[in-house]
Design a protein around this ligand. Structure first.
Ligand SMILES: Cc1cc2nc3c(=O)[nH]c(=O)nc-3n(C[C@H](O)[C@H](O)[C@H](O)COP(=O)(O)OP(=O)(O)OC[C@H]3O[C@@H](n4cnc5c(N)ncnc54)[C@H](O)[C@@H]3O)c2cc1C
Length: 319
C-alpha cells in the first residue's frame, strides 16, 4: 500500500507543488507505514535526481504524448501505473493541470475525489480532508467513507516544499502504448505578453484592494508607492473594475509574487489572493476589519483606515 504523488512539470521544470505534495505524502506515509511513490509522466530524467531522496519509488512513463499535459494520454498512463501499484491515496495538484485532470481521472477510474484541500489525514483507513470555504473564513473537515483508493487535489502553497526526506527511491519504468488521441491535443504554450510593469520582479509591492473605495483615490497610493520605490499591484476587484490593468493583479487568476515586502491596503485576504502573495518575505496589512483573513498571514498588521495609515507608513519607510 502506498501514497502516490502525481508529479507536475511544465516547460522542463518540476513545479514546486510536487515537492509540497511530497511533504504531505511523507507525513501520511510515515503515520500509516506506507510507501511514498511518485509518478513522473513524460518527464526530464533530471527530475529523478531531485525526487530520489524524497520518495521510496519513482514510476516513470515516457512518451512524446506525455511531454506536455493532455488529459487523454495522462489518464491512460496513470491507469497503467495503477496496475503496478495499489495506492491508498493519490495526491494531485489543485493547479490548472490538476483541475482538468482530477475529475477526468475520478470519472475514468471511479475514484472518490476531494478537490482543493489544504490538509489531508489518513486515520483508520479513512481519509479526512480539510478545505477552506466562504473565501477562507471557515475550514470544513470532511471524513470520507472507507474506500480502496482516494484521489485528493492539494492547494498550492499549503505545505512547505520537501527537502531531503532521507528516502532513496527505486525506479520502475513502465512502457506506454502510443495511440491517436483525438479529443484534445497539446499544441503550444502561449505566454501572456507583458505590456505593463512585471509585478513579479518588484522587490516591494504596494497592493490595493476594494478598500481603495474609488479610482480617484488611487493617486494617493501611487504617490506613496513611488516615494518608497515600490510597484503598485492589486486584488482582483480592482482589476475587474478596470481601475488598474489586469497585469497588476495578484492571485490565482493573476500573478504569483514573492517580493521582499508586500503591503496590502484594504485587501481582505481571500485565499485566491493569498495564494498569489503568501510567500512574500514580509507582509504588512492594513485593514479596518480586525477579522480580515489577511491578518492570518501578515507579519505586521494595522487595524485602521488605510488613508490614515499611508502618511505614517510613508514617513517610517522613507527612513
Ligand atoms: C475563480 C476565482 C479566482 C479568483 N482570483 C483572484 C485573484 O487572482 N486575486 C484576487 O485578489 N482575488 C481573486 N478572486 C476573488 C477573491 O475571492 C476575492 O473576492 C477578492 O480577493 C477580494 O478582493 P478584496 O480583498 O480587494 O475585496 P474585499 O474582500 O471586498 O475586501 C476589501 C477589504 O477592504 C477593507 N477596507 C475597506 N475600506 C478600508 C479602508 N478605508 N482602510 C482599510 N481597509 C479597508 C475591508 O475591511 C475589507 O476587508 C478570485 C475568485 C474566484 C472565484
Amino acid at each position: 500500500m502506498s501514497v502516490l504523488v502525481l508529479a507536475e512539470h511544465r516547460k522542463g521544470e518540476l513545479r514546486e507543488i510536487t515537492l509540497e505534495m511530497l511533504s504531505l505524502g511523507d507525513r501520511i506515509a510515515k503515520q500509516n507505514s506506507l510507501q511514498l511513490c511518485v509518478l513522473l509522466l513524460g518527464a526530464d530524467k533530471d527530475f529523478v535526481d531531485i525526487l530520489k531522496p524524497l520518495c521510496d519509488r519513482i514510476i516513470l512513463i515516457n512518451s512524446d504524448e506525455l511531454k506536455n499535459y493532455s488529459p487523454e494520454p495522462y489518464v491512460k498512463a496513470i491507469k497503467s501505473a495503477l496496475t503496478a501499484i495499489n495506492p491508498s491515496l493519490i495526491l494531485t495538484a489543485h493547479s490548472a493541470l490538476g483541475m482538468d485532470l482530477a475529475p477526468a481521472l475520478s470519472e475514468e477510474l471511479s475514484l472518490p475525489l476531494v478537490t482543493d484541500c489544504v490538509d489531508v489525514k489518513l486515520e483508520n483507513k479513512k481519509i479526512i480532508t480539510l478545505r477552506q470555504i466562504y473565501g477562507g473564513k471557515i475550514f470544513s473537515e470532511l471524513t470520507l467513507k472507507s474506500f480502496n483508493t482516494y484521489l485528493v487535489s492539494i492547494r498550492p502553497g499549503s505545505f512547505e516544499p520537501a527537502q531531503d526526506l532521507g528516502r532513496s527511491a527505486t525506479i520502475t519504468e513502465i512502457p506506454f502504448e502510443t495511440e491517436v488521441f483525438e479529443k484534445r491535443r497539446f499544441l503550444e504554450y502561449i505566454e501572456e505578453k507583458i505590456e505593463d510593469i512585471d509585478i513579479t520582479t518588484a522587490d516591494i509591492l504596494v497592493s490595493i484592494g476594494r478598500g481603495i473605495g474609488k479610482p480617484e483615490n488611487i493617486p494617493i497610493v501611487q504617490e506613496f508607492t513611488d516615494e518608497i520605490g515600490a510597484v503598485l499591484s492589486c486584488s482582483r476587484p480592482v482589476a475587474d473594475k478596470g481601475w488598474l490593468p489586469k497585469s497588476r493583479q495578484v492571485g490565482t487568476s493573476g500573478k504569483i509574487v514573492r517580493p521582499k515586502i508586500y503591503i496590502a491596503l484594504g485587501i481582505s485576504g481571500a485565499f485566491q489572493h493569498q495564494i498569489g502573495m503568501k510567500n512574500s518575505k514580509t507582509i504588512i496589512a492594513v485593514n479596518k476589519d480586525p477579522k480580515a483573513p489577511i491578518f492570518n498571514i501578515a507579519h505586521y498588521g494595522v487595524v485602521a483606515d488605510m488613508f490614515q495609515v499611508i502618511p505614517l507608513l510613508k514617513e517610517k519607510l522613507k527612513k
